[in-house]
Design a protein. Sequence first.
Length: 113
Amino acid sequence: MARSLLHTQSVSAVAVARHEWEDGTRRLEAARDDVRRYHELLELLGLIHDELRKRVGGTYTLAELVAAYDEAESWARELLDERSTLPGWPRDLTLVLAAAFDAYQLGALDYAP
C-alpha cells in the first residue's frame, strides 16, 4: 500500500512539473515576436541547458529530472549571475529554467508525450 502511495505521489509530482515546464516553453515562444528579447531568452536557456546536462547527465528518468528541478533555482541563479552578460536576467529565471527542463525531458528514459 505504501509503495502505491509513493508511486502516485511521484506521478503527481512529474505531472505538475511537466505542466510548469510546458508553460515555460509557451511563454518563451510567446516572446518570439520581440526578436531581441527572444534571443536574450535563448542565450539564458542555453546556459541553463548546458549546466543541466552536466548535473543530470545523459541517462535519467522524469522523476530524477523533477528532483533536479526542485533544486535548480539556486544553482541556476548562481550560474546566470556568473555567466550571463544580460542585465535583468533575474526576471526571466523561472521562464528559462522551466523551458530548459521542458526541452531536457525529451531525453528521459521514460518520456512519453
